[in-house]
Design a protein around this ligand. Structure first.
Ligand SMILES: [Zn+2]
Ligand SMILES: [Zn+2]
Length: 248
């Protein structure tokens, strides 16, 4: 009797699982065997609120740890057991280049998003996106995605990133002190929170375009209330950026 009660979905009246759920331990083992396959985790989340909760609390966390262990340990090293936003948002950030499909950001350019097999996120690169006054913040930023498999002309680069402990970061404090405005309609593609326009807040350092190999005045990015970052730039032709790096 007790077991039946334990496994029955009690979180959602719309749940179809009338015979009760598998236990959390079994699901954990099955998904470990599946190497935390993100498509299957996403599919499971749709079943009912109980699965969705389990996915957010456990499965996406394991997914993140498997795909980017060092970064995850760092993001959690201040002692919190969760991350800003949630694990699903972070999992999506790791594998999904969002493009700008909403048509609200980046001059309403419409370029669809896509899944990426593996992206390198770098804390060192992140420093280039912080004003000198904010360099003690920790920000991980990806290499620019040229979005080539999406049939674009190739000079547009998308990048994304995440702050550690954004709630207590200097960037957030500066945004608030400067009275930066949140975008009225657009939301973060990863966690659905509102976003600040860093260009408008005058907080995009020149070092960011150097790091990306992009034209100085072409770079623009947003940071959401949970510290996810989303940006676009126009990449320099490869030959130019090669020359630039040789002359360094
Ligand atoms: Zn892309
Ligand atoms: Zn977000």
């Amino acid at each position: 009797m007790i077991l039946t009660k334990q496994y029955r979905c009690v979180h959602s009246s719309s749940c179809q699982c009338t015979k009760g759920h598998l236990s959390e331990d079994v699901i954990f083992l099955v998904f470990r065997q599946l190497n935390w396959n993100p498509k299957l985790i996403a599919a499971l989340s749709c079943v009912c609120k109980w699965f969705d909760d389990l996915a957010k609390r456990v499965l996406w966390k394991e997914f993140c740890k498997t795909r980017a262990l060092k970064m995850m340990l760092d993001l959690q090293s201040c002692g919190s057991h969760s991350v800003d936003g949630n694990w699903r948002a972070l999992g999506k950030l790791l594998i999904y280049c969002s493009g700008c499909s909403g048509g609200r950001l980046f001059n309403s350019i419409q370029i669809p998003g896509h899944f990426v097999y593996r992206t390198r996120f770098s804390r060192t690169s992140g420093k280039s996106f912080l004003l000198p006054h904010c360099r003690t913040d920790v920000l991980y930023v990806s290499d620019p995605c040229e979005h080539l498999d999406q049939g674009d002309d190739g000079d547009v680069g998308f990048f994304r990133g995440v702050f550690k402990s954004f709630m207590v970061s200097k960037v957030r404090r500066m945004l608030i002190n400067r009275g930066a405005q949140l975008h009225p309609t657009a939301v973060c593609p990863y966690c659905k929170a509102k976003m600040w326009n860093m260009l408008q807040a005058n907080m995009v350092p020149l070092t960011a375009s150097c790091k990306l190999g992009a034209y100085e005045d072409s770079i623009e990015y947003y940071v959401c209330l949970n510290g996810h970052m989303l940006g676009i730039c126009t990449l320099l032709p490869l030959s130019d950026s090669e020359e630039a790096s040789e002359s360094e």
